[in-house]
Ligand binder design. Sequence first.
Ligand code: NI
Length: 210
Amino acid sequence: MPVHGRSIQVVTVNRGAPVVVSTWGSEECVCGTMVLMEVTSIQSFLDYFSKIRERTMRVVACIPPDKVEWRAAAGKFTLGDLARHIAATERNVFVECACGGRNCYAGCGRELAEGRDEVVRFMERMHSESMDMLTRLSDGKLRQKCQSADGTPITTWKLLRSMVEHEVHHRGELYAYLGALGVSVPPLYGFTSEQLREIAGRPAETGLRY
Ligand code: NI
């Protein structure tokens, strides 16, 4: 049974009974482990998205200036491509479409921003424009249809949800490529795997930083 509300909630099903497990939302479950996320408040989404982007920017800041256009293999995105791609798709695909426009993505090449500092500034500019546009989106609009990248109708909140997954996917590539280059990168939530093991089961002192 779905649980709906203005806030974003996570719901799972335990032997058929819905259980709210956090402030993120689930609409339906087909088994005891599957949880879907529903975005019902633009402000809650923007708060969440801001934190996602902060963690992405921490990784981008680790790209060595002389490795911005390094690529793992022919045909793969360079590190700079990945950063520019996150920003360009955010602004020109996801947010443009969520706000009633059409996909106007024009690639993620170095002509958009050259060098690590310029890439960071490009990302900040795209994100700032995107946040300004999304701030004007009403909660009601989240439930209405817009166009996806290929023009297919999609519910606006589902498109915004996919923007987050898309960013996280490419952030993971940044982590992997930087790791392969031997660059030290920040743990996602401030703890390494070893630290997580060490603190497991201890009384709470400081929470994970979501
Ligand atoms: Ni992509």
